[in-house]
Each structure stands twice: as structure tokens, then as C-alpha cells.
Design a protein around this ligand. Structure first.
Ligand SMILES: C[S@@+](CC[C@H](N)C(=O)[O-])C[C@H]1O[C@@H](n2cnc3c(N)ncnc32)[C@H](O)[C@@H]1O
Length: 201
């Protein structure tokens, strides 16, 4: 029996449709998209299939995640989906030097703050002026209490690693601004998630 490396994240089936709707509006019509923290690779397959004129570059620092992405990619047989690369957002060196867009789904709350700082610095390095960095995930809004589901999730994350936890939209905006990424828009998403779009100034 052959064991497949393909992993599945149950949330992907729920969030990929709503995320796709925002991507249709925010992504360029052609060129390369760098996905940071691709995880299982299910989003990469879904979005590469939905955007045949884009070249989708998945990445993850975790070798098991890259094996899963590679297995999903092999099964999908999409010629616009590239093999996954090892990319740690917090590293000053990324294996991709230029791209038309950067997408990062569900990483900021589940990694140390240095990963967010690195994501902003890296996106600013690889994007040309006007090109987008697109984020999805749960966030805090300054001055507002967390919804009960996000409060429980945040407590669980902090217990698993005190460096993790939901970030405020405002702190992420300041971090982006400091690297030369201008805030473009915020989109409310199902299940108390948000999408944030920044553009290289
Ligand atoms: C909750 S998973 C999300 C995966 C996928 N984007 C999704 O929504 O299903 C978080 C991912 O972030 C990746 N990650 C953690 N720290 C990272 C870092 N410093 N740079 C890039 N990816 C990181 C993990 O390896 C993991 O695949």
C-alpha cells in the first residue's frame, strides 16, 4: 500500500471559496503569486486551478508540509502550480526574488511576531510598486473584545506557544507601513476572519 503525504486541513474546504472571491478582485490577471505558509497545499491547488493565467508558487518552512504540497500538486497535474520551496518568512533571504503578488493565509497568529515582521520585509523586497500582499486569518480589532470563538482560539494558541496569538489589525498595519507597504483594504470574512490587502508603495 502506498501512503500519500497529502494532508488535509478541514478549514480549507470552508474558507477557500470566500478567499477566492477576494483574490479574484485583488490579484493581478497574470504573473507569479508567491504563497507563504502553504501548509497542506490544498489552497495552492484550488487557487492554481481557479487562475490558469497565474503561476502559483507554494512555500512552507516545514518539510512535511512541503511533502503534502508536492503530493497534492502531483495529483492535480496543474502546469501553473510550481513545486513547493522552503521559505521561512522571518528569514532575510527568500528563495524567490520577484513576484507579482504575495498571499499568506493563517500564519500570522500561529508563528512568532518575527514571522510577521519578516513577511512584511520580504514582501516589500519581492514586490514591485502597486503589487499586493494579501493576508487572511483571525485578528483582533483595537478597542473591541474578541468574539468568543476567537477568544478561545487565542487562549489555546498562547497556551501552546506564548509567542503565538491573534494580532491586532493596527499592529499589522504599522508593521506593513514601516516596510513600505500601504494599506489597501480590509474585508470581513465568514467565521470572524478578515482579509487584509496591502500594496507596495
Ligand atoms: C495553520 S497553518 C496554515 C496553513 C495554510 N495556509 C492553511 O491556511 O491551511 C500555519 C502554517 O504556517 C507555517 N509557518 C509557521 N511559521 C512560519 C514562518 N516563519 N514562515 C513561513 N511559514 C511559517 C507552518 O509551517 C504552517 O504550514
Amino acid at each position: 500500500m502506498t501512503m500519500s503525504a497529502r494532508r488535509q486541513a478541514p478549514a480549507v474546504a470552508r474558507n477557500r471559496g470566500p478567499i477566492l472571491d477576494v483574490l479574484r478582485d485583488a490579484l493581478p490577471v497574470s504573473g507569479r503569486v508567491l504563497e507563504v505558509a502553504s501548509g497542506t497545499g490544498e489552497h495552492a491547488v484550488h487557487f492554481a486551478a481557479a487562475f490558469p493565467d497565474l503561476i502559483w508558487q507554494p512555500s512552507d518552512p516545514d518539510p512535511d508540509a512541503r511533502a503534502s504540497i508536492a503530493a497534492w500538486r502531483e495529483e492535480a497535474g496543474l502546469n501553473n502550480l510550481l513545486p513547493p520551496v522552503a521559505l521561512d518568512a522571518s528569514s532575510p533571504q527568500w528563495p524567490v526574488s520577484d513576484t507579482e503578488a504575495v498571499v499568506c493565509i493563517n500564519m500570522i497568529h500561529i508563528s512568532p511576531w518575527e514571522a510577521t515582521e519578516g513577511l512584511m520585509a520580504g514582501a516589500a523586497r519581492v514586490l514591485d510598486s502597486g503589487r499586493p500582499l494579501i493576508l487572511y486569518g483571525p485578528f483582533r480589532r483595537e478597542g473591541l473584545p474578541l468574539e468568543p470563538s476567537n477568544a478561545a482560539f487565542d487562549a489555546d494558541l498562547r497556551q501552546r506557544d506564548p509567542r503565538w496569538g491573534l494580532r491586532t489589525v493596527e499592529s499589522v498595519r504599522v508593521c506593513a507601513f514601516d516596510q513600505g507597504l500601504a494599506f489597501d483594504k480590509l474585508v470581513e470574512m465568514p467565521a470572524n476572519n478578515l482579509m487584509l490587502v496591502f500594496r507596495k508603495a
